[in-house]
Write a protein that binds this ligand. Structure first.
Ligand code: ADP
Length: 327
């Protein structure tokens, strides 16, 4: 498809070049021809005898004919050179023009197929469990409750997945208000409190009340994603710490855990959509969709900030958000 689009665009460029060249040649030839056909000036005719005039005019018309032929040959050569080099340049230009569009289309189609794949897994699980449950005539109330609980987990996963897909596809500008780091982090910590309690993980919120310009709900979501990961990828009875610091006209918010850590080779890919390091290693058996960090990155970028990761395998990770301080 990309190749045929390049060829089509090349042909369009080439047609434009050919038309311009032909137009230019026609104008040059018409002007030159007009000059060739102009009668000789009076002073020359007056000085010559009748025979000399006849001879002179014959000579002049032969000269004009040769010049016309030479001009036509040169114009033809010019057109051949212009169209062939123009053709080559058009091909290179068409490839360059269409390459970013092809890359964007490719990314979009990969995103759609990855999203469909992620949606299909929980749906298949729910379908299978429901079918098995319905076929089992001896199933007890407890069995049905277990199926419903499992389906509820899958529904929650689907809900989170669709919310994140929606948030990733939205491109609106976030309205900023004055807020404080402590308020935002506290509300995010509250959101994951049950999850942390379930794993007996302590969350230490050591942030201070530095004022910042932020879209509070989105920034809270980004911190929830980081806290959620810190809990998910840590063993029970560990500690997750959140700190904040104002330095170099930026606010740094760091979320550190004592979890499984991330290999150095995986760190640059963490923020890619659907990237998961190794789902089998999640300490609570949950399988993420690999969308959390890319969404967090998008939110931080919308605040004009950046996010950095430091991690040691087996010892823990720390994610630092840097947000510009607007004075
Ligand atoms: P997921 O939904 O899979 O957690 P994310 O985009 O949030 O998706 O994270 C991508 C991957 O990065 C995860 O699959 C996990 O392997 C790794 N990861 C993220 N946060 C941590 C962390 N705090 N500790 C260890 N690994 C992490």
């Amino acid at each position: 498809m990309f190749h045929s689009a390049v060829i089509r665009l090349t042909l369009w460029y080439l047609t434009i070049i050919a038309v311009l060249c032909l137009l230019f040649s026609a104008i040059v030839f018409t002007i030159a021809n007009h000059e060739f056909q102009r009668p000789p000036g009076r002073p020359i005719n007056q000085k010559l005898s009748e025979v000399q005039t006849e001879y002179y005019e014959d000579f002049r018309s032969r000269q004009a004919e040769t010049a016309r032929r030479n001009l036509l040959q040169n114009l033809l050569l010019f057109n051949i050179v212009a169209v062939s080099t123009g053709g080559l340049a058009s091909y290179v230009l068409a490839r360059r023009t269409l390459h970013p569009i092809a890359a964007a289309l490719e990314a979009q189609s990969r995103f759609s197929s990855d999203a469909a794949h992620e949606l299909r897994t929980p749906l298949s699980v729910m379908l299978l469990e429901t079918e098995v449950g319905l076929r089992n005539t001896k199933a007890s109330k407890t069995d049905y409750a277990a199926i419903l609980r499992s389906n509820l987990d899958e529904i929650r996963r689907l809900q989170q997945l669709t919310n994140r897909l929606l948030a990733l596809s939205r491109n609106e500008k976030l309205p900023m208000q004055t807020s404080s780091v402590n308020t935002i982090v506290s509300s995010a910590v509250q959101h994951v409190a049950m999850q942390a309690k379930h794993k007996k993980i302590i969350i230490q919120n050591n942030t201070n009340s530095i004022a910042l310009q932020a879209h509070a709900d989105s920034l809270t979501d980004a911190i929830i994603i980081l806290l959620d990961n810190a809990i998910k990828y840590s063993a029970p009875k560990t500690t997750v710490t959140v700190t904040s610091q104002a330095k170099h006209r930026h606010i740094f918010i760091t979320i550190s855990d004592q979890g499984i850590g991330i290999k150095a080779a995986d760190i640059p890919k963490l923020f890619q959509r659907f990237y998961r390091v190794d789902t089998a290693r999640n300490t609570d058996g949950t399988v993420g969709a690999g969308l959390g960090l890319s969404l967090a990155h998008k939110i931080i970028a919308a605040h004009g900030g950046d996010i950095q990761v430091k991690s040691t395998l087996g010892q823990g990770s720390s994610f630092t958000i840097a947000l510009p301080l607007h004075k």
